[in-house]
Design a protein around this ligand. Structure first.
Ligand code: ADP
Length: 445
């Protein structure tokens, strides 16, 4: 026994009650001389093509004299994981099982083994054989007496067939395994995605509920807080009107202070309400020409004569919720006007186009803001005293920030104390469905 070119030794089992037949197989399949004869024969039939030569001495032969003994060997080979590829089975093997019974048993043990039934007599017709064993493509009939070339060819072809079938089934198994793995992964992915979607839906519902509660809470609280405040204001005003002679200057001053505090409380409550309302009211998205729109806001604010408020370049037309954008510009512009401390004040509105966003600016030459307060001023109720004259509520910029962020933008301030401030904010062009407007690149400051 030696290995074939591809390193495989083909295992063949011969089951025949005649020891001479065992020898014949040995001679045909294992001995060099006979193989050479076979090669010559093949050359005559196929021409001198080396690729069609039968590999010599690539078989390992085992022999059994009875069907049962043969089946035991098949079982043993399988258990050692060295199965037979081919079995030559004699049809008549008295006193034991005949060929058909042997094959029936053998295929129960190993359904892949290729079988050649060797028969001298027509014991069974092909029809009967097929009926007993099923229409198997793993079965061939070899008539006795043998032709050595036929035996060698059967051995070569059927062992190759066994290997190919094995490879095919291995490939199929691998493919099935891959499909299974992928299916498992996909199933897992789908389950995870479903779970995530479910969680997301639950979260959205929770947030919606919380938002609704907050909205209700803000309006209830503001309503409930304003009622007693109104009472305090009325009482204090009556005191001023009706008891002014008994109050004296100090008393009047204190009641005026009280009224001022009440006013402030009112403003704070309004601020909370204003903040909670932003983004909640259903408003239509409409195209707004900011050139016209911003000018109208400026006019509405009625800036004092010593402050010039100008729009520095063409502003775009954007699709937006009008009230929100109005509130945004209004808050920034009114701050710039309100905090102006220069005799020749100016406020400039500008816009540039940058990386898919509109970058707006509202610049002034007012008092400016210390860098340490750049973030603080955007937080609720955070005021930084600018002048004696104004005491803000610290809501305007918080609302502005909320509006910008609801639109997917960003807001920030750049400033130098004593020189002025520029508030910038961006609005994404795409989300806003912005139409074009040509712009000069400069922002004013
Ligand atoms: P309010 O104006 O009611 O105080 P804002 O939230 O609008 O509330 O502003 C927060 C703070 O930011 C103000 O108290 C002020 O100190 C500062 N600020 C806002 N705008 C300007 C500005 N244009 N120039 C200087 N300071 C400003």
């Amino acid at each position: 026994m030696s290995k074939s070119e591809d390193g495989i030794i083909h295992r063949i089992l011969v089951i025949d009650d005649n020891p001479n037949i065992h020898k014949d197989f040995q001679t045909i399949l294992l001995e060099e001389e006979e193989s050479t004869t076979l090669d010559n024969l093949r050359s005559e039939v196929f021409g001198d093509s080396s690729s069609q030569r039968v590999n010599k001495s690539v078989y390992e032969l085992d022999f059994a004299s009875q069907g049962k003994e043969g089946c035991d060997k098949v079982k043993q080979a399988c258990s050692e994981n060295r199965p037979y590829e081919l079995a030559f089975v004699d049809m008549r093997m008295p006193p034991g099982w005949d060929g058909l019974k042997t094959i029936e048993h053998m295929w129960q043990i190993d359904p892949y083994v290729q079988v050649v039934i060797c028969t001298a007599y027509s014991d069974y017709s092909w029809g009967e054989i097929s009926e007993r064993l099923g229409k198997s493509e793993n079965l061939l009939i070899l008539k006795k007496p043998f032709d050595s070339a036929e035996v060698a060819q059967f051995a070569s072809a059927l062992t190759q067939k066994w290997i190919l079938a094995k490879q095919a089934s291995l490939k199929t198994e691998q493919l099935e395994e891959m499909v299974k793995e992928r299916t498992d992964a996909l199933t897992q992915e789908i389950a995870e995605r479903r779970e995530a979607e479910q969680k997301q839906a639950e979260l959205i519902e929770k947030v919606d509920n919380i938002n609704k509660e907050l909205k209700d809470f803000a309006s209830i609280v503001s309503h409930d807080l304003k009622a007693p405040l109104r009472g305090i204001k009325s009482l204090a005003s009556w005191l001023l009107d009706d008891c002014s002679d008994r109050l004296g200057d100090q008393g009047k001053e204190q009641i005026n202070l009280l009224l001022g505090r009440v006013e402030r409380m009112y403003n704070l409550i309004d601020g909370v309400l204003q903040y909670s309302i932003v983004g909640r009211t259903e408003e239509k998205v409409v195209p707004v020409n900011l050139n016209k729109f911003v000018q109208e806001i400026i006019d509405m604010l009625v800036p004092p004569k010593d402050i010039s408020v100008t729009v520095e370049n063409d502003l775009p037309v954007i699709e937006c919720e009008e009230t929100q954008i109005m509130q945004l510009f209004q808050n920034l512009l009114s701050n710039a006007i309100k905090y102006m401390n220069k005799p020749q004040g100016w406020v400039k509105v500008g816009c540039t186009e940058e990386d898919g966003v509109w970058k707006f600016s509202v610049a002034d030459n007012g008092p400016g803001i210390e860098e340490k307060n750049f973030e603080k001023i955007f937080r609720m109720f955070q005021v930084v005293a600018v002048s004696e004259e104004f005491q803000g509520t610290g809501v305007g910029l918080t609302v502005a920030k909320k509006i910008v962020e609801l639109h997917g933008g960003r807001i920030w301030v750049e400033s130098k104390v004593g020189e002025g401030s520029t508030f910038f904010f961006t609005l994404p062009k795409k989300e806003m469905g912005v139409h074009h407007e040509k712009l000069d690149a400069n922002t004013a400051r």
